[in-house]
Design a protein around this ligand. Structure first.
Ligand code: NZQ
Ligand code: ZN
Length: 393
């Protein structure tokens, strides 16, 4: 196991009526003048926004609301928020919605106290040195943004979608009411479950040894998500299933199941190109990329034992001791069957992709200083292209 430091500053308020604690929590965390940022309207329609603003008023807090965070959130909205924060001398950002709204809020909280262009952080030109405190009211179990150190923003003009992982990105609190996810369309529920699984799998596929505790925790989260996703798809108002998904989404991406090991993250980088290019939901893009990434590694025969273990412990396969590779392949098939069963696309074309775009998508996938992406194996542009072609079946 690798040495690690893990600091999780987010306070979680979980359960029915969690949103009514907004005012109290903002005050506790030092906020007095709040930007309340939300998405395209679901929080207004459900009455959540009114509950939040009532709670802020009851706590004697001033606030300004700003809607319009869109899925795959864009920089132009971040600039708008930064402007409002500065002109009105606001000192707290409260994001109300899914990962897109929370990420947009995080970027505003960083950019408002920076003299330059906030995009400097996402382009790698500068590192943030300060931020405004930011709180999260999560309405979609998916991104884990409610306690992750990440934010993902897309530049409007170039459609570059870039992530920033810094500790300042962790919300100071997260209000988590599973009832608030009852209104999700089945497709978003499925995209969310897929994203949660992908966050675990990115960590599960490591070359680190002696990480049995986190391996088992990963498998537990995956099993819980599979069971709860089916229940929530069948009955959107199943509180217990929604609660399982919500907490799994948080655990999956705040590094609770990632410490002491180096995760992979190539599938996420590749997917960001798909959602930027086609406007596809992040979870749907992952449903296409992840099984292909698995096939690529099984073709290489890279750590077949780990794939076979996943197949047995998560996808219910029987271990073929004479031929573990067959078990590993069966696991990938079952993973894909699960994704299909919840309505996810699993091929490049089902997702709406044009195979002619594959070389450019492979080229634009963000690489590190060595021109590579991923850690389980290190992928160059040609390898990324191979993975995308494996998804085009
Ligand atoms: O905008 P509204 O009207 O709220 O509608 C949203 C949106 O259309 C809707 N929705 C959300 N909660 C709802 C609801 N509809 C009905 N009832 C509710 N309770 O769902 C749609 C999708 O919302 P979005 O926020 O885009 O989804 P998600 O939470 O999956 O976030 C996706 C974004 O997060 C990024 C992705 O790249 C993508 O941009 N990620 C962020 C991460 C992070 N910050 O740690 C990690 C992830 O890997 C991911 O990359
Ligand atoms: Zn994700």
């Amino acid at each position: 196991m690798l040495d690690f430091m893990h600091y999780l500053p987010t306070r979680f308020v979980f359960g029915r009526s969690a949103e009514d604690k907004a005012g109290e929590m903002v005050r506790t965390c030092g906020g007095t003048r709040v930007l309340v940022h939300f998405g395209g309207g679901s929080a207004v329609k459900s009455g959540l926004l009114d509950r939040i603003t009532a709670s802020l008023e009851a706590a004697g807090l001033e606030y300004i609301t700003l809607g319009g965070a869109q899925p795959n959130p864009v920089a132009s909205k971040v600039y708008e928020g930064i402007d409002i924060i500065r002109k009105n001398n606001l000192d707290f950002v409260l994001g109300v919605g899914g990962g897109s709204t929370l990420d947009s809020s995080k970027a505003m909280a960083l950019g408002a106290v920076y003299d330059g262009d906030f995009w400097d952080f996402f382009s790698g030109k500068a590192l943030p040195k300060a931020h405004l405190p930011m709180g999260a009211v999560i309405t979609l179990a998916a991104s884990g943004s409610e306690s992750s150190n990440s934010a993902v923003i897309m530049k409007d003009e170039t459609m570059e979608k870039r992530g920033l992982n810094v500790e300042f990105n962790r919300p100071v609190f997260a209000l988590m009411n599973p009832e608030r996810t009852f209104t999700l369309p089945p497709y978003q529920t499925a995209c969310g479950a897929t994203d949660i699984m992908a966050h675990v799998l990115e960590r599960y596929f490591t070359n680190e040894t002696c990480v049995d505790l986190t391996d088992r925790m990963c498998e537990a989260v995956l099993n819980a998500v599979i069971a709860a996703a089916h229940k929530a798809m069948k009955d959107p108002c199943d509180y217990d299933a929604r609660a399982q998904l919500m907490w799994a989404g948080t655990i999956a991406h705040n590094d609770t199941v990632g410490v002491g090991r180096l995760g992979d993250w190539a599938s996420h980088r590749i997917e960001h190109e798909l959602s930027a290019k086609y406007g596809v939901a992040h979870g749907a893009g992952l449903a296409v990329v992840f099984p292909a990434w698995m096939r690529y590694h099984l073709n290489l025969k890279h750590d077949v034992a780990r794939f076979a273990r996943l197949a047995v412990n998560v996808f219910g396969c029987e271990m073929n001791f004479a031929n573990p590779e067959a078990t590993a392949w069966e696991g990938v098939e079952r993973f894909e069957a699960f994704l299909t069963s919840i309505g996810m696309p699993v091929t490049f074309r089902q997702m709406g992709g044009d195979p002619a775009d594959i070389p450019a998508l492979a080229e634009s996938t963000k690489k590190d200083a060595q021109g590579l992406v991923g850690n389980f194996t290190r992928l160059d542009t040609a390898a990324v292209e191979t993975i995308l072609r494996l998804s085009d079946r």
